[in-house]
Design a binder for this molecule. Structure first.
Ligand code: ZN
Length: 292
């Protein structure tokens, strides 16, 4: 297992972590500057942040600072009702691949979607099996396109509490079943993003990380699970503040040959987003060295 205590060369910042500074939205340009100023070598930006700044401008800045993208957030949200909505999802995912390509991301992260309409507050049906089959079909279709763009797709299983509104793929095992069905040759075109927040509780986690192997392990996202957790989405903890044994999981992932970035991804409306962006990044560096 790599020694992270001496430097932060394998730290990546998911830009949602500093989406807000003292409660105010931070432009992606400022986030990039703040990361570069601290010797952070990689980021993983969100599409809405990139769109707000402009893809060309972000691409230019990323190159200028020599930043790598440990991933691009995000594609997915495949399930839909009706041919038009399914096509809209398909087209949007292709655009996400194109953007990830332009930014030279290591992978496009897929948050696959749950029951159509649920995220907006009203699910249009209760058929989660249908959603799962649409996810599988959607990834199959996108995979063909992503291969032509040479952009790997990383399925991110989400904690089961998000099954209705964000992702009906909730375990690494489910994600790997899709990978094995659609990419049996383990070509490197399809894999998984392991986010400790979503999978730390899973009794099969170690076994499934071993099953994934280096070809499927495309990203490692870290933060912590707070007790109590006061918000289902926006109360993630800083590494070391919660109950996840992050070094244990990183050890399992690295034992398979994963040698990529450890990406800090924290959504924290009432804590970290209320602090100064620079202070949060400094804390990420310290905790990356001591608690990851
Ligand atoms: Zn994640």
């Amino acid at each position: 297992m790599r020694d992270f205590t001496q430097d932060h060369r394998w730290l990546s910042i998911n830009t949602a972590t500093v989406r807000k500074s003292r409660g105010v939205e931070v432009p992606l340009t400022d986030i990039i500057q703040a990361c570069a100023a601290r010797g952070i070598r990689a980021i993983s930006p969100w599409r809405d942040q990139v769109a707000a700044t402009g893809l060309a401008q972000v691409s230019k800045l990323v190159k200028q600072h020599g930043l790598e993208l440990s991933g691009y957030c995000r594609g997915g949200m495949f399930p839909a009702v009706g041919a038009d909505a399914l096509k809209a999802a398909r087209d949007d995912n292709r655009r996400a691949v194109d953007e990830a390509r332009e930014l030279n991301a290591k992978c496009l992260v897929l948050v696959v979607g749950g029951l159509p309409g649920a995220l907006a507050g009203k699910a249009l049906h209760k058929d989660i099996a249908l959603s799962r089959s649409q996810v599988s079909d959607g990834i199959a279709d996108l995979l063909d396109y992503a291969k032509t763009a040479n952009m790997p797709l990383a399925i991110e299983p989400l904690h089961p509490m998000y099954a209705a509104d964000r992702a009906c793929i909730n375990t690494l095992e489910q994600a790997l079943d899709i990978c094995d069905a659609l990419d049996p040759g383990k070509t490197g075109a399809l894999g998984v993003a392991v986010d400790v927040y979503h999978v730390w509780w899973d009794p099969k986690l170690k076994q499934q990380i071993e099953r994934a192997g280096s070809q499927r392990l495309m990203a490692l996202h870290v933060c912590d699970w707070l007790t109590p957790t006061t918000d289902l989405l926006n109360d993630r903890g800083m590494m070391g503040d919660g109950v996840i044994d992050i070094p244990l999981i990183r050890g399992w992932v690295e034992a398979q040959g994963f040698d990529g970035y450890s990406e800090v991804e924290i959504f924290s409306a009432s804590n970290w987003w209320q602090l100064d962006c620079g202070e949060v990044l400094d804390t990420c560096i310290t905790r990356h060295r001591s608690r990851v």
